[in-house]
Design a protein around this ligand. Sequence first.
Ligand code: PLP
Length: 384
Amino acid sequence: MNQEAHAQPFGSIDFIDLKAQQDRISAPLKAAIDGVLAHGRYIMGPEIGTLETNLSEFCGAKHTITCSSGTDALTMALMALGVKPGDAVFVPSFTFASTAESVAFLGATPVFVDVNENDYNLSIESLESAYASIKDHDLKLVGIIPVDLFGLSADYDAIKSFADAHNLWIIADAAQSWGATYKDKNIGQLGNITTTSFFPAKPLGCYGDGGAICTDDDLLAEKMRSIRVHGKGSDKYDNVRLGINGRLDTLQAAILIEKLKIFADEVQSRQRVAQYYNEHLENVIKTPIIEKDRGCAWAQYTLDLGEAGKREAVQATLKAGGIPTAVYYPLPLHLQTCYKDYPSAPDMSVSENLSQRVFSLPMHPYLETDIQDHIIETLKRALS
Ligand SMILES: *Cc1c(COP(=O)(O)O)cnc(C)c1O
């Protein structure tokens, strides 16, 4: 290594390195793509069924339905549950837009709930106070969409007892947490329906848009398979319900079949990378807190600076060292232009504060220790 180039010893560091993974499986990937080009069944080809079987085997859900994106997965799940105008669905505010967008898109009302300071996930106390503040409105409270933010599962036992007490369904938005575990269960087995995303930057990503839905419920599965193809019935030209064009491309399924083969190994590598960051940073900054009974998929490695106003300078120092960072999320949903008129829990201060304090470091399964050392040293310098 060139000792003089101490500021940026590694040239450009990737925030997420998709190339290293591609190099690792390039031969089987190319063979899989060639296979689709050879049979030419680009829509609902045989790879779709194979991938769905493999995903169900991976997570233990009875049914897996692949689809066009994580956003469409949410929309199709909500459609299958019959969500309509006048219905209200609890969603965390500190998340990506899709979680609330899918609810609002169907004319229903997202009700924003605050998150926990420690794990960034839906707060039960806030859920209770949102419920108390909304129950006299002219809205029918129908469900909850917890999000497993940054790859860590929400507290499903607590959310489920709340849901059962109030007769609500749960859609687990697992767009960031495929491969994570909660107690003795895999993501995909929690909630009435689980949705995930195969957007390239997610833990399991394809080379375009894609997503999947898991459920153990036969009737919901059948409805979602129908909704995926315009609400088809047994006769393709007699549509029995409103649907969408929600299919995953066969090409993306072929790619995902290959990526899924190395995915468990990649989750372990992410775990190792996160552990290394934790060990070397816990004395200088608040590192992620993972309860012992959860396995995190580490979609992001997010740090909390503890106070507003410091982030820009820290990011600038890292950038000068050639280290890319990102902020998820700079504005909670309940403050965004599109969503600010929807109801929220009386106190949303945790989401509001976190959005000014958090930032994420490079995280992927192929991050090498010497690069991590450079990131850690540069961050320590930025914080001192
Ligand atoms: C990425 C993401 C989605 C949407 O997934 P797409 O495949 O991009 O549509 C939904 N929810 C959360 C929490 C996400 O991070």
